[in-house]
Every structure is written in structure tokens, then in C-alpha cells.
Design a binder for this molecule. Sequence first.
Ligand code: PMV
Length: 336
Amino acid sequence: MPKLGTTNSSAMPSLHNGHVVGQAPGKVILTGEHAVVYGYPAVALPLFNLRAQATFVSASPGYGTVIAALDLLQHARLTDPSPLLKPLVLAAKTAIAEMGLENEPNCILQVRSQIPVARGLGSGAAVVCALVRAMSKAAKRPLDLNAQNRIVLKSEKLLHVRPSGIDNLTIVHGQPLFFRKGQQPVFFHARQCPVFLLADTGVSVPTSKAVARVAELRMRNPRQAEGWFEEIGEISKAMFEALKQSKPAELGPLLNSNQELLRRLGVSSVANEKLIQAALMAGSPAAKVTGAGLGGQILAIAHKEDCRAMDEALRAAGATEVRQVQWQAPAPACKD
Ligand code: PMV
């Protein structure tokens, strides 16, 4: 199982070959998904062992810009975007404008990602971020983190109804984040973060569908929904304090309480519950949905001695992939 924060990039074939490369990490939400859309706090970590990478390969004059999404076997010109690559095309155009380039560069932008698509791990934001970084490095026109964040958020808006902004900030800044919409993001150091297992249900549901489901519930019963969001917000505040103050024993009860509230919000599906119960039965002190839910990933705390048993139990319960992750700061090369 790959570990978060490792600097070994052997899992992804190197695309350097003298070309300009941009990278960005995936992300995982520890607490606060869905409530964060309505202005309550959430906590997220970047995942540096799951990365997106874009390689800028120069082309002859007059060639223009072609984006080649190698995993999807799709390509697009900036003038003629394939629907699947719309967010990347929008990001490339916005980056060109932000960098003040007169013409689109003559290049092929090859994009690859280790982050599974539509599984709550920030794949969309990460590929866009990697692309923007490769373009700005190649043009020697640095875009600061705020500019990168603006571009990534703009293309996130093509995919999600109303993205809270947590994915783009975590991925662009590459640091643990305490986030509340409309407020200054708080990046912090998370010491003594436990090992987690991320288990994939194999079910991919668009974030917009899960967000719409919660919006419906809130329409039907606004007081109850706001009460649950508020409880989730308090959990995120406590999670932030526990991580900052290195109190790992406090994390488990917070994650379990958050999961109970996600159940009430209706985003923990049968597939999620199967994996959560399997993790708990195999010794995990806490497990929850991470990201939008209705499938996607679950996150479970894993004591070292239980990792193997948990991995086996999760796979037996239907997990299509199990990854071991633990937050640690990345090597500088992984951040840009
Ligand atoms: O895209 P996902 O699966 O990581 O979900 C993001 C979390 C939500 O709170 C459900 C949506 C959002 O915009 O914050």
C-alpha cells in the first residue's frame, strides 16, 4: 500500500525528459464535508502520495496548445474543447490571460494522474493545478498561490454546483487546512497524525448529486439540517485543535460523530456502510465517509498492528482499492 507523503515517485512513470513538469497533490477531507458548503468549518489534508502531473512539451511555431489527458485517452485544442476536458481548457485559457501572454503557447500539455476520478480525493482540482503550474513554469511567468487558487476554483465551478473552495485551497497550498467559506483559510501543522486507510467503494457518484441531495433535505427541514451542520462545524473545530495540539486519541470519537451526522444527511450509502462496519470490526477505532459520499471513499484510522487485518476485511467487504496514508510534509519538489 502506498504511503502518503513519500517522496518516491516510482508509482508514476517519470515524464520529465527535459520537459517542464507541474505537479499537485490529491486531498482528503477529515471532517466537515457538506456542512462546509453552508458556511460551517471543515478540515482537510493534502495527499502527496497521490499526485497529478502535467508535462509541457514544446511544439513548432503555429502548432498552438493541445491538452492530452493520457489516462482518459482524450485530447483538446483550446478552441475546440472536448466536453470531458472543459475544465482543463478553461484553466489553460485563464492561465494564459493571468500570465499576460499574447498568444497561446505552442505545446502539448500531457496530463496524468494517480488520483482516482470522482472518488472524493480532489482529482479534478489536482490535474488543473498541475497543468497551470507546468504552463507558468514553461512561460517563466510565475503565478502565485492566490492566482493558482483562483484558476483552479474557476474550473471547479464547471463541475460542481457550488464548490465550497476546500478542495482547491488544500491542493494548491499543499498544507493541512481549517476552512470556513468566506473566511481567511487557516493552514497549520498537523503533528502526530494517525495512519489512515482509504477504502474505495468502487462507486463513483458526481459531487453535485450528493450536494443536491443534502440541499433537498435542507429545503424540507431547514432547522434540523442547520442543527446537524452546526454539530459538524463544532466537530471540525475540535478536530483542528486536536491536530494542532497533537492529541491523536481525540480524533476517533470526532470522526465517528461526524459519520453519524453524515448518515442523517443521507450521504452514507449501503456501500459506504459496508466498508465502515468492516473497518470497525477489524479493529479501527473510527471510520467515516470522506468527500461527497453516496459511494466514493471511506477513511478509517488504522493502528499499525491492525493494518493488514483491516486491509483484508475491507477488500472482503467489497473495497476495490485500499490505500494507507499518513500526513507528513512533502519534499519541496512535490509542491510545484
Ligand atoms: O468533491 P468531493 O467529493 O471531495 O466533495 C467535496 C466536499 C463537499 O463538501 C461535499 C462539497 C464541497 O464543495 O465542499
